[in-house]
Design a protein around this ligand. Structure first.
Ligand code: GUN
Length: 314
């Protein structure tokens, strides 16, 4: 059984790329996620063989948003890959806030459900914050409840939001030096930017963190000094080659759907980084797709396993 700190050992050819004759190293989230899911599955089968029950993740999906449907379907598929039980509860977008809160309460009270998520965004007539705060923090495998957010911020065991947790795991597995390094985070969202900044400065990670956002006046100057840039600003191809220094490590969180008639889906995913331009300057970089995205779902699985094992809370 591998431990969390094991690094990936892949053929170098699968890890390197070449744009304009300069080599860079790819941080392969897809392969890392597959490794971690296999590790989780191994542990689950061991738990079941010893008479334990399979971890059970439930998901609430409201409405028919294309992106949300894809994300939730991928989460259900990941549950199967990890040997988890999963339940998908679907509701039309005319569900009232009270009806949704009642559904949340049912999952809070269901001893067979270890953890659950309410897929966001919700329809405008429903307060996302009210729904998040209604989730039992001990089952909040998204790590969105203020108790988990607060505990994470002060370094206590807690469910951590899956995207920043996945990024930290990538940095660890690819042995990216973070201690004393200057890390610039682009974006201040509750799901990525804010928790990412807390995690990068925590003891053991030890980066010096700067958070830039749409109102930052010195964003480019900050980026030019950064050893690590985490781009989560939601603007396609925002980070350009004249904003990074050679040798930078770049993590791209962006997943904008850009219309593309040449694709069967009708779109392709564009990250927040101008990959073709920035990759030749980077020492390591995540692609889109196949970088942060697969890690996010994988960390949700890790959180669900932790919930089933009561790792953080009794
Ligand atoms: N919508 C976009 N990302 C997420 C996520 O990580 N969790 C939930 N519940 N909704 C999302």
């Amino acid at each position: 059984m591998k431990t969390e700190n094991d690094t990936l050992h892949q053929p170098l050819s699968s890890l390197t790329g070449d744009v304009g004759g300069r080599a860079y190293s790819l941080i392969d989230g897809k392969a890392t996620a597959a490794t971690i899911k296999a590790e989780i599955k191994e542990e689950v089968e061991r738990m079941v063989a010893q008479g334990g029950k399979r971890p059970h993740l439930a998901a609430i999906l409201v409405g028919h948003d294309g992106g949300s449907e894809t994300y939730v379907n991928n989460k259900v598929r990941a549950c199967e890959e990890c040997g988890f039980q999963s339940t998908l509860l679907r509701f039309e977008d005319d569900i009232t806030e009270q009806q949704l809160l009642d559904e949340v309460q049912k999952l809070n009270d269901d001893p067979n459900v270890d953890g659950f998520i309410v897929q966001l965004p919700l329809p405008r007539h429903i307060s996302e914050q009210r729904v998040i705060e209604a989730i039992d923090y001990r089952k909040d495998v998204d790590g969105f409840h203020p108790i988990n957010v607060g505990r994470m911020a002060i370094g206590l065991p807690a469910f951590v939001s899956a995207t920043p947790k996945g990024i930290l795991e990538l940095l660890r597995r690819y042995e990216v030096e973070t201690s004393g390094k200057k890390c610039v985070i682009l974006g201040r969202s509750n799901i990525v930017g804010k928790p990412m900044s807390q995690l990068m400065m925590q003891k053991g990670v030890d980066a010096t963190v700067t958070v830039c956002h749409s109102r930052s006046k010195t964003l480019k100057e900050e980026c030019l000094q950064a050893d690590i840039i985490i781009a989560a600003i939601g603007q396609p191809a925002f980070l350009k080659s004249d904003m990074v220094k050679p040798g930078v490590v770049v993590i791209d969180v962006g997943t904008t759907r850009v219309p593309d008639a040449s694709r069967k889906s009708g779109f392709h995913l564009q990250g927040d980084v101008d990959f073709e331009a920035v990759a030749p300057l980077a020492s390591q970089i995540t692609p889109v797709p196949g970088g942060v995205g697969p890690m996010t779902i994988c960390m949700l699985m890790q959180n669900t396993l932790a919930a089933a094992k009561h790792e953080y809370y009794d």
